[in-house]
Design a protein around this ligand. Structure first.
Ligand SMILES: O=c1ccn([C@H]2C[C@H](O)[C@@H](COP(=O)(O)O)O2)c(=O)[nH]1
Length: 494
């Protein structure tokens, strides 16, 4: 090997997420853990090794880092896993080098360089197009579909005599905006919706408006709430995709993703885990089968539990985000509850929720096939310990709220699970009768003359009352109190 030159890679973006060497090859490993490649190489054989998850957000940072390191003359893209195929980042990056960019708008409506690819990928418009073109033409790019093939290609490039940098380091500053955060509870939120799509918009709104801004473990920031419970009551069996589809996933992605949750997969180097593998075989038993058999044998069981967390997970990074799943039958209805230790609510939650819904349906159907229990699909409940939105999707989140939140709130029906309150005046007092939703059975009675006192009493007795229902009650109670004072007849809602 004739190479003596020692190059130094400087990363402005994600500096702590990269493995640095002294060579001229940038290695992009996609979803394969970077160490799985690094261990087959000498540092002199590469300039940098890093993972690229997302074409819409990751390529921009990678391009910025590459512009700052003109000594990088070769790129090896590893496009090896199902996750890579689903995300499309490797393919989009290859298209960037092969086909370049054109001026257009990004998914958040920002003027951007859009990569000429069938997979959406964006580069900030404030990067000089001449610099982008120079970079594209200066770098030799190879794509590998396995770790072995990538290692071979990197080593082949590393054999070549050192080449001059293609230019001087170029730095294009990046604008950042700190969002305004409204006051709110940090711990313990409950959000309910009929569909995953509707629930998701509400989740994004809650975190984006009241979440705490914190540093992430990945050289960036996120906005976060702790212990966010999402209850999806009526996701249809064939899944609801809004039109136009504002979710970060589509049907073809979902098919692939469901298999990652439902199906076993053998251990593969560089792949941390799949949920299917944890559920089907990791602990030497098929936990999905165990839960089905458990419920058939004991339909009231409160022990239909699956675990994905292995105590050994602390020894290595990259432990599963989905940790625990419960199935429960109440009133002939099968609910599924799942806990995530950490949940990217913008980019990952919709897929996580749909995958879990498919698991819930699979368990329901298997119970029906093997026993006399023909259960209804109950709610899907996720509990996300760290429910966060990364800073690189804040503008997407804001756009989603702007475009969808008002429409979703306007579609709310007024059925409050806490029940109904019938207001009358009798013997110079306001009388409130509390009834159950639907059947209308009387479950409580309040009376008095002071509207605020009554409202507080009702809210204390039924603290799960919906906020807009409580506001409505307050107004009606005041109207009733005014009628007493003015000696007028009071009729609710008039
Ligand atoms: O099914 C998944 C897998 C991953 N993540 C997110 C959560 C975190 O943002 C990130 C994983 O980072 P660590 O918690 O492992 O550092 O990916 C999910 O939301 N759902």
């Amino acid at each position: 090997m004739g190479q003596v030159t020692q190059f130094h890679y400087t990363a402005q973006h994600k500096p702590n997420q990269l493995i640095y060497g002294s060579g001229q090859v940038a290695v992009i490993t996609g979803w394969t853990v970077k160490q799985a490649i690094a261990k087959h190489l000498q540092p002199s054989e590469y300039a940098v090794i890093g993972q690229l998850y997302s074409p819409t957000r990751g390529i921009n940072l990678l391009v910025r880092n590459l512009l700052l390191n003109p000594h990088v003359r070769y790129v090896v893209i590893l496009n090896a896993t199902k996750e890579d195929k689903n995300a499309g980042a490797g393919e989009c990056l290859r298209d960037f080098f092969h086909h370049g960019v054109q001026e257009s708008v990004s998914d958040t409506g920002r003027k951007s360089w859009v990569i000429r690819s069938h997979i959406p990928g964006y580069i900030d418009i404030d990067i000089d197009i001449r610099a982008i073109e120079k970079l594209r033409h200066a770098l030799k790019v190879e794509v590998a579909t396995s770790i072995a093939e990538a290692v071979e290609k990197i080593k082949a490039f590393a054999q070549i005599e050192a080449v001059e940098p293609w230019g001087i380091p170029l730095d294009f500053p990046m604008a950042t905006v700190e969002p305004t955060v409204l006051p709110g509870t940090r711990y313990g939120h409950r959000i309910e919706g009929k569909t995953i799509a509707e629930t998701w918009v509400k989740i994004i709104h809650r975190i984006k408006t009241t979440g705490t801004i914190r540093p992430t473990g990945y050289d960036g920031k996120w906005q976060e709430l702790i212990d966010l419970m999402a209850v999806v009551t009526a996701e249809p069996a064939d899944f609801y995709f809004p039109e136009p589809n504002y979710l970060p996933i589509d049907r073809s992605f979902l098919t692939e993703y469901i298999s990652q949750i439902l199906d076993d997969s053998p251990y593969r180097e560089g792949v941390k885990y799949t949920y299917g593998q944890r559920l089907r075989s990791w602990f030497d038993r098929d936990q999905i089968e165990q839960v089905i058999e458990k419920l058939i044998g004991e339909i009231d069981a409160a022990s239909a539990v699956m675990t994905l967390w292995d105590v050994k997970d602390h020894d290595k990074g990259g432990s599963p985000c989905l940790n625990h799943i419960w199935l429960r039958v109440v009133d002939n209805e099968l609910s599924l509850t799942a806990i995530f230790r950490s949940n990217d609510m913008f980019a990952a939650w919709p897929a996580n929720a749909m995958g879990l819904r498919a698991l819930q349906k699979h368990i329901r159907d298997e119970i029906a096939n093997r026993s006399a229990y023909d259960l209804y699909m109950g709610p899907l409940i996720t509990l996300s310990q760290s429910a966060h939105i990364y800073d690189d999707t804040w503008s997407n989140a804001e756009q989603l709220i702007k475009q969808q939140y008002a429409a979703i709130c306007s579609k709310l029906d007024y059925a409050d699970p806490a029940g109904n309150f019938l207001i009358e005046i009798a013997d110079g007092q306001i009388v409130v009768t509390h009834t159950t939703p639907g059947s209308g059975e009387i479950v409580g009675c309040y009376s008095g003359k002071n509207a605020l006192k009554l409202a507080r009493e009702i809210c204390a007795a039924s603290p799960a009352i919906c906020p807009d229902h409580a506001a409505y009650l307050g107004m009606e109670l005041q109207k009733a109190a005014d009628c007493i004072k003015l000696d007028k007849a009071y009729i609710q809602d008039r």
